[in-house]
Design a binder for this molecule. Structure first.
Ligand code: ZN
Length: 416
């Protein structure tokens, strides 16, 4: 068991585990409505392993030494993480990037990277004796919480925008969660969830607000590093909505560097849709503050936020890693869905394909050199939002059930 304390990502103050309730009380007092969350806490483990574990990195037996977890038995009985790092030869050739890798996190139990955060949050809720966990989400985090809560027998109450993709809504209902579709934006659902948790005494899994969401997502970095050791990626591209996956990747490599298991933290490049690019705007402008984008919109629903909740910490981590941020159009995201699927066999939702669109833009503008060792985080399956993916393909007109009709249809293909 790894004992730990919290450290405020803003003011640096340390707190014991039982001393605070999710946020640094000093910095949280400066919170303004609709802005990035103030006083986000990071977990600081008192000790870290100095050798790679014998057990697979994704196993609860290995993770208990790298996470603030008092027993591997708390981990939900689900195959969270342990996703493949793919050597994508055809995409490498297409982009002329010979050392490109894909972390295929579509293979998590509920189909997204959010399972990593939810598993740890559920484990901590069980440890703390909570019987209800609530979350606001654009869809994936709520679905992931529903899955881990179902596996562990904990009640989940979920606040989601009423216009979330149907597949995500159906999935969380199937897992048995109590779903409260909110007639409003994600940001409104987020604030409503906070109020409800205070009123009803529920444990709050809201992303960034709950420090274990960042800590859980760092398991993706642990797996990437373990798979590549003793090498280390030069650059990792991460799609950013609230910025917690990016924070988790940064935290994972930072912990491993502290432990002496990797030599450096890779350069982190955040990818956002042009219509929801508050973090990119701040990086380009050199701002320390994130300015909300009031009418944020994109085909990549998982990335649509007015102000990234974890924006402040993300800015620091990107700059500490000498990283950057790029914005990509919805058209580029839809193109990336098709290219990724055709050239790697990985079917990604729009948010997850945004990483490839960001890589293309970064190669074109010289931000990334094609000879670098590059990892793309692919964070959610395309089955999450089939109508959006449908915009990336041409649907064929049905044919008669005759061989002649087949011959007429494929003739052009065979002639090529
Ligand atoms: Zn603070």
């Amino acid at each position: 068991m790894a004992s730990f304390r919290f450290r405020c990502s803003e003011c640096g103050e340390h707190y014991a585990e039982d001393e605070v309730d999710l946020l640094c009380p000093v910095c949280a007092g400066m919170q303004e409505p609709g802005c990035s969350t103030r006083g986000v806490l990071e977990v600081e483990l008192n000790s870290l392993p100095t050798a790679w574990p014998a057990a697979p990195m994704s196993s609860p037996e290995a993770l208990v030494d790298f996470l603030p977890l008092d027993s591997p038995a708390r981990w939900p009985p689900l195959a969270v993480g342990g996703t493949p790092l793919l050597a994508v030869e055809r995409l490498r050739q297409h982009l002329n990037a010979p050392d490109l890798w894909i972390k295929d996190d579509t293979r998590n139990p509920s189909g997204s990277t959010k399972d990593r955060a939810s598993a740890l949050v559920v484990a901590k809720a069980v440890e703390y004796g909570h019987d209800t966990i609530a979350a606001a989400s654009t869809g994936n985090a709520a679905t992931a919480l529903a899955a881990s809560a179902a596996a562990s027998g904990v009640r989940a109450v979920l606040f989601v925008p009423a216009n979330a993709p149907q597949a995500k809504l159906v999935q969380m209902l199937a897992y048995g969660a109590e779903v409260l579709p909110v007639d409003g934006t994600y940001d409104q659902a987020f604030d409503l969830c906070i109020e409800a948790c205070e009123r009803f005494g529920w444990y709050n899994r809201n992303t960034a607000l709950n420090p274990f969401t960042i800590e859980g997502k760092k398991t993706a970095a642990l797996e990437i590093a373990a798979a590549m050791a003793p090498q280390c990626p030069d650059t990792v591209l991460v799609p950013v909505g609230d910025g917690v996956i990016l924070a988790g990747i940064a935290k994972g490599f930072t912990d491993l560097r502290r432990a002496g298991l990797v030599s450096r933290v890779p350069r982190l490049i955040a990818v956002q849709p042009e219509g929801s690019a508050a973090l990119v705007n701040a990086i380009i402008a050199g701002d320390d503050d994130i300015h909300a984008v009031p009418d944020a919109t994109s085909v990549a629903d998982s990335l649509v936020v007015q102000a990234p909740r974890n924006g402040r910490l993300c800015l620091r981590q990107i700059r500490d890693s000498s990283g950057s941020a790029v914005a990509v159009s919805d058209e580029a995201i839809l193109t990336a869905i098709g290219d990724l699927a055709r050239m790697t066999g990985v079917f990604a939702e729009p948010a997850a394909a945004a990483g490839l669109a960001g890589l293309r833009a970064s190669l074109e503008n010289g931000l990334v050199d094609p000879t670098e060792r590059i990892v793309l985080m692919v964070t959610g399956t395309g089955l999450k939002d089939v109508p959006a993916a449908g915009r990336a393909v041409d649907r064929p007109v049905p044919i008669e059930a005759t061989l002649a009709a087949v011959q007429a249809r494929v003739q052009g293909d065979n002639d090529r």
